[in-house]
Write a protein that binds this ligand. Structure first.
Ligand code: C2O
Ligand code: CU
Length: 480
């Protein structure tokens, strides 16, 4: 009797264990990624959002990504040769980091010859914030194969919008970008403001905190009183950056490469810059000088230091683009959206490529069952972004600029706020919209690059476009 009962108990325990182990084993097994895969056809999740009765886009035929080069025939107006070198965890472009400034004027045909000197994992260059044709976007496994040691790849694109941007690798980007494989881009308008000078202020943490153009601590630039300086701040880190101006009022002249309409002067205000984002601050240098403090770690002084020897306290007021500047037309009607998507960020335990962990989810799905947001060229597209996790996510859509409609349901009232890099803080929601005017397959991911490597990656996919490249495989493509 006792024996039978004991056996029964043992059987129940075994069955119980099996009930846990078998589904776990299945979850583990089903999470394993194939050795190479096509982002456009795997893991497609129908997210709805399209017109009723819309079919899944045919992804097996259409224009290959590799053909979406744009019209780039002829002699380039500016040409660069960038050679990338790796030394342990450090990366340089032409033996410097940040890499050389890529400078062009609107209308210029830009050519960049990228050479991989010795990076075994391969490299690419992505032009963050520049809405280039898809084949020039520089994402390994999506728009090209990684450039292996000894190889060269030539990018060609036309600089169509003025503004502050940056370039960085999009192969194993979570380690290559942190290690310095990056540089600034400045695209001048056709008619620059006379008398104003440009200063690139590229922020990057090489391990000791935020540096300015690679220098820790205080950098001083000569400036004469009355000089107007446009400070082009670029946050190249995976975390947010802050900046504040001491000694003079300033205006936020541009965000993510788009000029703010009717910006009003600010003082005692801290500007937050999302990972990947940019902010142009315009100041007039007073006789007593002006300084810009970045993340409390490094300082740029123009002329004299108005606060020598002390770090001015971080201002209490935080700049809010939602209500800054003057409204202006945006060129389309977001109320007439052809597609409306949700991009809900969460987190849950599971397996990613066989590894157990807490992974990011998009609309409840774990990578590789990541959403593919399907659009047709010409669509007005709306996204409802939602952060149901406890950390900020700087979301970055490639190839497009979106306008912010609302935050937490509160409508934007200032200048049109165009973004390519947008911080979604815990429990926040954003509604954004854009016109699908750049056919291709575009990443739409978190620019906290370790988060992207942990599955916070989706794609915007145009109907009639088919992929040309695969992740993994012999090409070794590993975009995150
Ligand atoms: Cu700045 Cu997908 O990149
Ligand atoms: Cu994130």
């Amino acid at each position: 009797m006792t024996f039978l009962r004991r056996r029964l108990r043992a059987t129940i325990a075994t069955l119980g264990a099996l009930a846990i182990v078998v589904p776990l084993g299945w979850l583990w097994w089903s999470s394993l990624l194939p050795s190479s895969y096509d982002l456009a056809t795997m893991g497609y999740v129908d997210l709805g959002g399209g017109p009723p009765g819309m079919d899944m886009p045919a992804m097996d035929h259409g224009t290959p990504v590799a053909d979406l080069t744009g019209d780039v025939a002829g002699e380039p107006d500016v040409s660069y040769t960038f050679t990338v070198h790796q030394d342990g965890g450090d990366y340089t472009v032409n033996r410097q980091s940040p890499g050389p400034l890529l400078k062009a004027t609107v209308g210029d045909l830009v050519e960049v010859h990228l050479t991989n000197d010795n990076v075994p994992a391969g490299i690419t260059l992505h032009w963050h914030g520049v809405d280039v044709p898809n084949a020039e976007d520089g994402v390994a496994g999506v728009t090209q194969d990684a450039v292996m040691p000894g190889q060269t790849f030539t990018y060609r694109w036309v600089a169509t919008r003025p503004g502050t941007y940056w370039y960085h690798s999009h192969q194993v980007s979570h380690s290559q970008v942190a290690g310095g494989l990056l540089g600034p881009i400045l695209i001048e308008p056709l008619h620059a403001e006379p008398g104003a000078t440009d200063e690139v202020v590229l922020l990057h943490d090489y391990g000791q905190g935020t540096s300015i153009n690679g220098t820790m601590g205080i950098s001083t630039l000569p400036a004469r009183p009355g000089q107007r300086v446009r400070l082009r701040l670029i946050n190249t880190d995976s975390g947010g950056a802050t900046a504040w101006v001491t000694g003079a009022p300033f205006v936020v002249a541009a965000i993510d490469g788009t000029d703010v309409y009717g910006p009003n002067p600010l003082s005692d205000t801290v500007v937050e810059i999302p990972a990947g984002g940019r902010a142009d601050l315009l100041v007039t240098v007073p006789p007593t000088g002006v300084r810009i403090d970045a993340s409390g770690a490094s300082t740029l002084v123009l002329g004299k230091d108005p606060s020598p020897g002390t770090l001015p306290a971080t201002p209490q007021t935080v700049f809010d683009p939602l209500s800054y500047g003057t409204p202006a037309p945006i060129g389309f009607d977001p109320a007439q959206a052809d597609r409306s998507f949700d991009y809900r960020i969460g987190r849950r335990p599971g397996f990613l490529d066989g590894k157990p962990g807490l992974w990011w989810t998009i609309n409840g799905h774990l990578f590789p069952n990541v959403p593919m947001y399907a659009v047709a060229e010409g669509d007005v597209v709306r996204f409802h972004l939602e952060n149901n996790s406890s950390v900020v996510h700087p979301m970055h859509l490639h190839g497009h600029h979106a306008v912010v409609l609302a935050r937490d349901g509160v409508a934007a009232t200032g200048s049109p706020w165009w973004v390519d890099s947008l911080d979604i803080r815990p429990d926040e929601t954003y509604d954004i919209a854009f016109v699908a005017d750049n056919p291709g397959i575009w990443m739409d991911h978190c620019h906290n690059l370790p988060h992207a490597a942990q599955g916070l990656v989706a794609h915007l996919m145009y109907e009639g476009v088919t992929s040309s490249f695969r992740v993994g495989g012999a090409a070794g493509n590993e975009p995150e």
